[in-house]
Every structure is written in C-alpha cells, then in structure tokens.
Design a protein around this ligand. Structure first.
Ligand SMILES: C[S@@+](CC[C@H](N)C(=O)[O-])C[C@H]1O[C@@H](n2cnc3c(N)ncnc32)[C@H](O)[C@@H]1O
Length: 316
C-alpha cells in the first residue's frame, strides 16, 4: 500500500493525491448493496495543499451556506462536465424536477447519441434537456410537453442559439402526432412516471421509434418494490396514495418493458448520482414548493429507499 492516511474506516487517502494542489477529489464509498450513497460519501477538497475531508452529514450540518466550498457547482464540474458549462441559475429556473441537465447527461452516457439523430424529448417541461441535448450532441430534438408553453420553450432555444434543432410542441403523451418510425430515440427525463406505468404505453410509444432505435428514461425509483402502504416507510404515508403508489423498483421496470417483447433492455440501473441530485433538488427549491412529494420525502429518506433509475432499451 502507498504511504497515506486513513480518513474513514473504508477510505484510504494516498499521499500522492494530497500532493496535487487545487484539485477537488470526489471519492465514493460503495455501500453494501452496490450503489453509492451520498451519506457515505467523503468529499476531499485540496486547497493550497491542505487536504480536508467532510462527510455529507458535515455539509448538511454547516450553518453558513457561504462557508460550504462544496456547492452544487463544484460537484457538477467533476461529475457532470457537460452540465457544468451551463449557468446554474438557468438550470434551476428551467428544471421542473431534479437537475434536468445532470439527468440528461447521465442518460447520454448510456444511450448512444450521434449528431443528426432525431430525438423526442417527452415531457420536456421547460425544454432544458432538449436544448442541452441539441447543443451538446448535435441532435435534432422535438421538445414535447402536455402543459408547458411551446412559445416559451422556443424563446429559451432561441436564447441559446439552437432554435434550428429544437422544435417545441404542446402535446399529450397519449396522442402523439408523429409518423411511425419517425424518431431515432425517445427520451423522458423525470416525466415517464406520469404516463409510462400503464402496461399499454410502451407498445404505443415504440411505434414512433425506428427499428433499432432507442428509448431512455431517467426517473424516480424505489430501491425495493413497495407492495402496499403498510410496506412503505412512515414518512411516505401522507402522500403515498397520490404520489408514491406508482413508483417502482428497477426490477419492476425491467420486467414492465421486457414483457412487451417489443424492446431489448440495454441498461437498467439506479444512478450512482441519485442522492446528490435528489438532495440538491430539495436544497435548491423554495419553501413554497414543499407541496412537491419529493421535497417532503427526501429529507426523511435516510433508508436509501428513494433513488433515480435509468432505463435504456432498443426497439426490436
Ligand atoms: C416533473 S416535470 C419534468 C419536466 C422536465 N423533463 C424536467 O426535467 O424539468 C414532468 C413533465 O411531464 C409533463 N407531462 C406529464 N404528463 C404528461 C403527458 N401525459 N403528456 C405530456 N407531458 C406530460 C408535465 O407537463 C411536466 O412538464
């Protein structure tokens, strides 16, 4: 073992790393069930050669926000290099759930995107993910949402100089006005739960995807299937029937798609970044948004139950 220091029972920090100044290191301690847990995470910040280590609990306990050098931007720059190019305020103002750009970046690591592909961004909200995908991957994005304004979404695309490759429209996910086999891929960031748990939905949606094309979803999941309200933890009970009864495990989602016989699941995983994204979302939102079920539950979710999943499949 190289010379170094043990910073926690399961983390060894070599002197060789301590020697490199002005670098932010993010080290993820693997939890026993295989996915990373922000509460087990140690952030090592090397400032002027002095290494400090802080746990998530330390960060949460910090009373002075300004004193916390580990703000969302510092984390994003390492874990999300593409997202880090965008103004955090723009991201926050234009995400209707957890950071839409981080989620799109996670998805893009698992779903092959090539310049010129035609993508449907379903439930795009304020089209932040559509704009991001168009700009970062040179794809053409049809930014579809049943509620948000296509005019406002176009203004955002114009402002970021991608109006020629982002096409906003207001449309319900159940009445898509496209030709069969039109898209190379469909993506849904934090929206699929609203319509995609219906057994019939995937079969409906895949008709718009070319054979060999992809569908990719990032959304909220449970790390185990919850069978009833009694099976759910106490902190979910008040909003269980309305908001949590249709949240499922990654195993449930895999079977939900595979049993259609219409797609081959290529990726089904809980995102290692889940805890960061969920907790940053809760931290960044205004108190008047606490009607949001995620906002209410996440601060109590120290049991690792709530996570984000990524599911990618290829149309047969
Ligand atoms: C939590 S927001 C996420 C929006 C965006 N993807 C983001 O990450 O910021 C969910 C979005 O799904 C849209 N949505 C829900 N049900 C829909 C449906 N049946 N058809 C089209 N859009 C729908 C909502 O209008 C909303 O904008």
């Amino acid at each position: 073992m190289p010379p170094g220091r043990t910073l926690s029972p399961n983390l060894f920090f070599p002197d060789a790393l301590a020697a490199s100044a002005a670098t932010v290191f993010q080290i993820v301690a693997r939890s026993s069930n295989g996915y990373s847990d922000a509460r087990n995470k140690l952030y090592l910040l090397n400032v002027d050669g002095a290494t400090s280590a802080r746990s998530w609990h330390d960060i949460e306990a910090s009373e002075d926000e300004n004193e916390d050098p580990l703000n969302c931007d510092a984390i994003s720059a390492i874990a999300f290099p593409l997202t880090a190019k965008y103004d955090p305020k723009w991201i926050r103002d234009n995400a209707l759930g957890e950071n839409a750009l981080c989620q799109a970046e996670c998805l893009a690591r698992r779903l092959p995107l090539h310049a010129g592909m035609r993508i449907l961004d379903l439930g795009c909200g304020k089209a932040a993910s559509s704009i991001f995908l168009a700009r970062e991957f040179g794809v053409e994005v049809w930014a579809a949402d049943g509620a948000t304004s296509p005019t406002e979404n176009r203004k955002r695309a114009v402002a970021l100089e991608c109006e020629a490759s982002v096409f906003p429209l207001r449309v319900d996910a159940h009445s898509l006005p496209f030709a069969k086999d039109f898209f190379d891929a469909v993506v849904a960031i934090d929206s699929f739960l609203y319509y995609g748990t219906d057994d019939r939905y995937l079969s409906y949606l895949v008709q718009f995807i070319k054979p060999g094309g992809f569908i990719g979803v990032v959304d909220i999941a449970f790390t185990r299937e919850i069978r009833s309200i009694e099976d759910a933890p106490e902190y979910l009970h008040p909003q269980y029937q309305k908001h949590w009864s249709y949240v499922h495990s990654i195993e449930w989602w895999t079977q939900h798609w595979e049993k259609t016989g219409m797609v081959d699941v290529r990726c089904a995983e809980l995102l290692p970044e889940s805890n960061d994204l969920l907790r940053n979302y809760v931290r960044d939102r205004l108190p008047d948004q606490d009607e949001d079920s995620i906002m209410r539950a996440v601060p109590y979710s120290n049991d690792g139950l709530i996570s984000l999943f990524c599911l990618v499949a290829c149309k047969r």
